[in-house]
Design a protein around this ligand. Structure first.
Ligand SMILES: C[S@@+](CC[C@H](N)C(=O)[O-])C[C@H]1O[C@@H](n2cnc3c(N)ncnc32)[C@H](O)[C@@H]1O
Length: 211
Protein backbone atom coordinates (compact mmCIF):
# COMPACT_ATOMS: atom_id res chain seq x y z
CA UNK A 1 0.00 0.00 0.00
CA UNK A 2 2.67 2.41 1.13
CA UNK A 3 5.71 0.49 -0.11
CA UNK A 4 8.98 2.08 -1.17
CA UNK A 5 9.00 2.64 -4.95
CA UNK A 6 12.28 3.08 -6.79
CA UNK A 7 11.76 4.53 -10.26
CA UNK A 8 14.25 5.41 -12.94
CA UNK A 9 16.27 8.44 -11.85
CA UNK A 10 16.16 7.31 -8.21
CA UNK A 11 18.38 4.30 -8.74
CA UNK A 12 21.96 5.47 -8.44
CA UNK A 13 24.03 8.23 -9.99
CA UNK A 14 22.49 11.32 -11.55
CA UNK A 15 24.00 11.30 -15.03
CA UNK A 16 24.55 13.91 -17.74
CA UNK A 17 26.42 17.20 -17.50
CA UNK A 18 23.21 19.10 -18.26
CA UNK A 19 21.38 17.35 -15.41
CA UNK A 20 24.34 18.06 -13.14
CA UNK A 21 24.48 21.76 -14.12
CA UNK A 22 20.70 22.10 -13.68
CA UNK A 23 20.94 20.43 -10.28
CA UNK A 24 23.70 22.86 -9.25
CA UNK A 25 21.55 25.82 -10.25
CA UNK A 26 18.53 24.42 -8.40
CA UNK A 27 20.55 23.66 -5.25
CA UNK A 28 22.15 27.10 -5.31
CA UNK A 29 18.74 28.75 -5.43
CA UNK A 30 17.33 26.49 -2.74
CA UNK A 31 19.87 26.81 0.06
CA UNK A 32 16.96 26.78 2.51
CA UNK A 33 16.84 22.97 2.09
CA UNK A 34 20.24 22.75 3.80
CA UNK A 35 19.55 25.29 6.54
CA UNK A 36 18.64 22.80 9.29
CA UNK A 37 21.63 20.62 8.48
CA UNK A 38 24.04 23.59 8.42
CA UNK A 39 22.81 25.04 11.68
CA UNK A 40 23.11 21.66 13.39
CA UNK A 41 26.59 21.23 11.90
CA UNK A 42 27.70 24.47 13.58
CA UNK A 43 26.96 22.97 16.98
CA UNK A 44 28.90 19.73 16.42
CA UNK A 45 32.09 19.24 18.32
CA UNK A 46 34.10 17.00 15.97
CA UNK A 47 37.53 17.08 14.33
CA UNK A 48 38.19 18.63 10.95
CA UNK A 49 38.41 15.62 8.61
CA UNK A 50 35.10 15.41 6.76
CA UNK A 51 33.79 12.95 4.18
CA UNK A 52 30.69 13.76 2.15
CA UNK A 53 28.77 11.00 0.36
CA UNK A 54 26.89 11.79 -2.85
CA UNK A 55 27.78 15.51 -2.77
CA UNK A 56 26.48 16.12 -6.31
CA UNK A 57 27.70 19.46 -7.67
CA UNK A 58 29.31 20.55 -4.41
CA UNK A 59 26.87 23.30 -3.46
CA UNK A 60 26.43 22.11 0.12
CA UNK A 61 30.11 21.15 0.31
CA UNK A 62 31.25 24.73 -0.25
CA UNK A 63 28.67 26.00 2.25
CA UNK A 64 30.02 23.52 4.82
CA UNK A 65 33.59 24.63 4.08
CA UNK A 66 32.56 28.26 4.65
CA UNK A 67 30.78 27.36 7.88
CA UNK A 68 33.76 25.32 9.14
CA UNK A 69 36.96 27.12 8.04
CA UNK A 70 39.21 24.38 9.50
CA UNK A 71 37.49 21.52 7.70
CA UNK A 72 39.08 19.50 4.92
CA UNK A 73 36.40 17.75 2.90
CA UNK A 74 36.59 14.70 0.67
CA UNK A 75 33.55 13.98 -1.49
CA UNK A 76 32.73 10.56 -2.95
CA UNK A 77 30.35 11.00 -5.84
CA UNK A 78 29.22 8.29 -8.23
CA UNK A 79 28.47 10.52 -11.20
CA UNK A 80 31.53 11.76 -13.13
CA UNK A 81 29.29 14.50 -14.59
CA UNK A 82 28.49 15.79 -11.11
CA UNK A 83 32.19 15.68 -10.21
CA UNK A 84 33.05 17.67 -13.29
CA UNK A 85 30.41 20.36 -12.56
CA UNK A 86 31.52 20.35 -8.91
CA UNK A 87 35.12 20.96 -9.96
CA UNK A 88 34.14 24.24 -11.61
CA UNK A 89 31.83 25.22 -8.77
CA UNK A 90 34.48 24.61 -6.11
CA UNK A 91 37.08 26.49 -8.11
CA UNK A 92 34.76 29.50 -8.49
CA UNK A 93 34.21 29.40 -4.72
CA UNK A 94 38.00 29.41 -4.19
CA UNK A 95 37.89 26.21 -2.12
CA UNK A 96 40.15 23.85 -4.07
CA UNK A 97 42.70 23.77 -1.24
CA UNK A 98 40.18 22.27 1.21
CA UNK A 99 37.79 20.24 -0.95
CA UNK A 100 38.59 17.26 -3.15
CA UNK A 101 36.08 15.11 -5.00
CA UNK A 102 36.61 11.51 -6.05
CA UNK A 103 34.46 9.55 -8.47
CA UNK A 104 33.38 6.49 -6.53
CA UNK A 105 30.50 4.32 -5.41
CA UNK A 106 29.80 4.50 -1.68
CA UNK A 107 28.46 0.95 -1.92
CA UNK A 108 31.79 -0.40 -3.13
CA UNK A 109 34.22 -1.21 -0.32
CA UNK A 110 37.18 -1.02 -2.76
CA UNK A 111 36.52 2.71 -3.14
CA UNK A 112 37.24 3.15 0.58
CA UNK A 113 40.39 1.04 0.72
CA UNK A 114 42.84 3.92 0.22
CA UNK A 115 40.92 6.48 2.27
CA UNK A 116 42.09 7.80 5.62
CA UNK A 117 39.84 8.07 8.71
CA UNK A 118 37.25 10.83 9.09
CA UNK A 119 35.80 12.67 12.07
CA UNK A 120 32.54 13.53 10.36
CA UNK A 121 30.88 11.65 7.51
CA UNK A 122 27.76 13.31 6.20
CA UNK A 123 25.33 13.03 3.35
CA UNK A 124 22.25 14.94 2.26
CA UNK A 125 19.43 13.85 -0.06
CA UNK A 126 21.41 10.91 -1.38
CA UNK A 127 20.43 7.92 0.81
CA UNK A 128 17.27 7.11 -1.18
CA UNK A 129 19.47 6.66 -4.31
CA UNK A 130 21.77 4.06 -2.72
CA UNK A 131 21.34 0.62 -4.18
CA UNK A 132 22.63 -1.11 -1.04
CA UNK A 133 22.38 1.29 1.93
CA UNK A 134 23.50 -1.36 4.44
CA UNK A 135 26.73 -1.87 2.54
CA UNK A 136 27.22 1.90 2.33
CA UNK A 137 26.82 2.27 6.10
CA UNK A 138 29.29 -0.57 6.68
CA UNK A 139 31.77 1.13 4.35
CA UNK A 140 31.30 4.41 6.20
CA UNK A 141 31.85 2.75 9.57
CA UNK A 142 35.16 1.38 8.26
CA UNK A 143 36.56 4.90 7.72
CA UNK A 144 34.94 6.60 10.73
CA UNK A 145 37.49 7.60 13.36
CA UNK A 146 36.87 6.72 17.03
CA UNK A 147 34.69 9.44 18.51
CA UNK A 148 33.48 10.31 15.01
CA UNK A 149 29.96 10.89 13.74
CA UNK A 150 27.96 9.81 10.70
CA UNK A 151 25.18 12.23 9.84
CA UNK A 152 22.80 11.23 7.05
CA UNK A 153 20.01 13.61 6.18
CA UNK A 154 17.33 12.67 3.66
CA UNK A 155 13.72 12.88 2.65
CA UNK A 156 11.12 10.82 4.50
CA UNK A 157 8.40 8.79 2.77
CA UNK A 158 5.63 10.98 4.11
CA UNK A 159 2.24 9.40 3.27
CA UNK A 160 0.62 12.75 2.55
CA UNK A 161 3.17 13.36 -0.25
CA UNK A 162 3.44 9.71 -1.34
CA UNK A 163 -0.04 9.77 -2.83
CA UNK A 164 0.37 12.97 -4.89
CA UNK A 165 -0.15 11.78 -8.48
CA UNK A 166 2.92 13.47 -9.92
CA UNK A 167 5.89 11.98 -11.77
CA UNK A 168 8.14 14.94 -10.96
CA UNK A 169 11.58 14.24 -9.50
CA UNK A 170 10.71 15.43 -6.01
CA UNK A 171 7.66 13.18 -5.77
CA UNK A 172 9.60 10.20 -7.08
CA UNK A 173 12.24 10.89 -4.44
CA UNK A 174 9.57 10.93 -1.72
CA UNK A 175 8.28 7.53 -2.87
CA UNK A 176 11.85 6.15 -2.97
CA UNK A 177 12.71 7.50 0.48
CA UNK A 178 12.65 5.45 3.69
CA UNK A 179 10.46 5.64 6.74
CA UNK A 180 12.16 5.77 10.16
CA UNK A 181 11.15 2.20 11.02
CA UNK A 182 13.04 0.88 7.96
CA UNK A 183 16.14 2.83 8.97
CA UNK A 184 15.94 1.48 12.52
CA UNK A 185 15.64 -2.09 11.19
CA UNK A 186 18.61 -1.48 8.89
CA UNK A 187 20.82 -0.25 11.75
CA UNK A 188 19.76 -3.07 14.09
CA UNK A 189 20.58 -5.66 11.43
CA UNK A 190 24.08 -4.12 11.24
CA UNK A 191 24.48 -4.36 15.00
CA UNK A 192 24.70 -0.57 15.35
CA UNK A 193 23.48 0.60 18.75
CA UNK A 194 24.71 4.16 19.24
CA UNK A 195 22.39 6.00 16.92
CA UNK A 196 19.47 8.37 16.83
CA UNK A 197 16.89 9.03 14.11
CA UNK A 198 15.48 12.52 14.23
CA UNK A 199 12.35 13.49 12.38
CA UNK A 200 12.82 16.85 10.69
CA UNK A 201 9.78 18.95 9.80
CA UNK A 202 8.10 18.73 7.32
CA UNK A 203 9.21 15.62 5.36
CA UNK A 204 12.80 14.80 6.25
CA UNK A 205 14.76 12.86 8.83
CA UNK A 206 18.35 12.54 9.97
CA UNK A 207 20.30 9.51 11.15
CA UNK A 208 23.14 10.16 13.55
CA UNK A 209 25.54 7.30 14.31
CA UNK A 210 28.36 7.62 16.85
CA UNK A 211 31.49 5.52 17.08
C1 LIG B 1 19.83 14.19 -5.12
S1 LIG B 1 21.58 14.29 -5.30
C2 LIG B 1 22.03 15.14 -3.80
C3 LIG B 1 23.27 15.98 -3.97
C4 LIG B 1 23.73 16.74 -2.73
N1 LIG B 1 24.08 15.84 -1.65
C5 LIG B 1 22.70 17.71 -2.26
O1 LIG B 1 22.17 17.56 -1.15
O2 LIG B 1 22.40 18.65 -2.99
C6 LIG B 1 22.10 12.63 -4.95
C7 LIG B 1 23.55 12.41 -5.32
O3 LIG B 1 23.99 11.16 -4.80
C8 LIG B 1 24.81 10.53 -5.78
N2 LIG B 1 24.86 9.08 -5.50
C9 LIG B 1 23.86 8.19 -5.59
N3 LIG B 1 24.26 6.97 -5.22
C10 LIG B 1 25.57 7.09 -4.87
C11 LIG B 1 26.56 6.18 -4.40
N4 LIG B 1 26.28 4.88 -4.22
N5 LIG B 1 27.81 6.63 -4.16
C12 LIG B 1 28.12 7.95 -4.34
N6 LIG B 1 27.22 8.86 -4.79
C13 LIG B 1 25.97 8.45 -5.05
C14 LIG B 1 24.13 10.90 -7.10
O4 LIG B 1 24.95 10.74 -8.23
C15 LIG B 1 23.76 12.35 -6.83
O5 LIG B 1 24.77 13.24 -7.20
Amino acid sequence: MFARVVECGQDGALVGTETAARYAEMADGLMIQYRGFLSHLKTLDVGNRYLEIGPGPGVLTTAVAREKPDAHITGIEMSPDMVSVAGEYIERAGMTDRIRFLVGDAGNSDDFASLEQFDLIYSTFSLHHWEDPKQVIQNLMSVLADGGLIYIHDLRRAWWLYWVPSSGGFWKSIRAAYVSRELREMLHSLGIERYEIRSVFPFMHSILIWK
